[in-house]
Design a protein around this ligand. Structure first.
Ligand SMILES: C[S@@+](CC[C@H](N)C(=O)[O-])C[C@H]1O[C@@H](n2cnc3c(N)ncnc32)[C@H](O)[C@@H]1O
Length: 147
C-alpha cells in the first residue's frame, strides 16, 4: 500500500499482516477450492444483493474477487469495485476478471475501514465474509455508509 490515503488503520495491523502475507498467499493459491466451499449459498447471497444493471457496487474484502465479478456481470451499465488488504488475492482477482473480459470490474488494495471513497457514489455495498475483521467496526461501517 503506497499512497497515504491507503494506509491501513493501526487497529487492522494484524489483519494486514495476515492477509497481505502468508494467509493471503494461501487463499490466493487455493481460490477455486475456497469458492467451492461456499458455492451453495453464493446464489442466495447474490440474489439478496439485488444488483441492477446500472448499479455501482462496492465489494468489501473481495479477496480473489468472485463476488465482484458476479456483481459486475449483473451491472453491465454500472461497475463493481472490489476492495481488499491482500495484494496476492487481488492479483488473482484482477487476472481472472481480465481473462473473463469483465471491463467493469475494478480492484483496489486498501483498508475499507478508513479509505476515503467518493461520498454517495455506490448504490450497493456487498461483502461475503469480508466485513467482520474490522478493528473499529463503528468507524468502518460509518465509512461504508458514506460511500
Ligand atoms: C475470509 S476472506 C473472504 C474473501 C472473499 N470475500 C470471499 O468470499 O472469498 C476475508 C477477506 O477480507 C479482507 N479484509 C479484512 N479486513 C479488511 C479491511 N479492513 N479492508 C479490506 N479488506 C479486508 C481480507 O484481506 C480477506 O481477503
Amino acid at each position: 500500500m503506497t499512497t497515504a490515503h491507503r494506509q491501513p488503520d493501526v487497529s487492522n495491523a494484524e489483519q494486514v499482516a495476515a492477509w497481505d502475507g502468508t494467509e493471503g498467499s494461501y487463499w490466493a493459491s487455493h481460490a477455486i477450492a475456497f469458492d467451492r466451499t461456499v458455492e451453495r449459498y453464493q446464489p442466495h447471497f447474490h440474489a439478496a444483493a439485488a444488483i441492477r444493471t446500472h448499479h455501482r457496487v462496492l465489494d468489501i474484502g473481495c479477496g480473489t474477487g468472485l463476488t465482484t465479478r458476479e456483481a459486475a456481470r449483473s451491472a453491465p451499465n454500472g461497475e463493481a469495485l472490489g476492495v481488499d488488504l491482500s495484494a496476492q488475492m487481488l492479483d488473482v482477482a484482477r487476472s481472472t476478471a481480465t481473462s473473463e473480459g469483465l471491463l467493469n470490474a475494478h480492484f483496489l488494495q486498501a483498508d475499507a475501514q478508513t479509505y476515503r471513497f467518493e461520498p454517495a457514489y455506490f448504490d450497493a455495498v456487498i461483502s461475503r465474509t469480508g466485513s467482520m475483521f474490522f478493528g473499529r467496526p463503528e468507524i468502518a461501517f460509518a465509512n461504508l455508509a458514506r460511500a
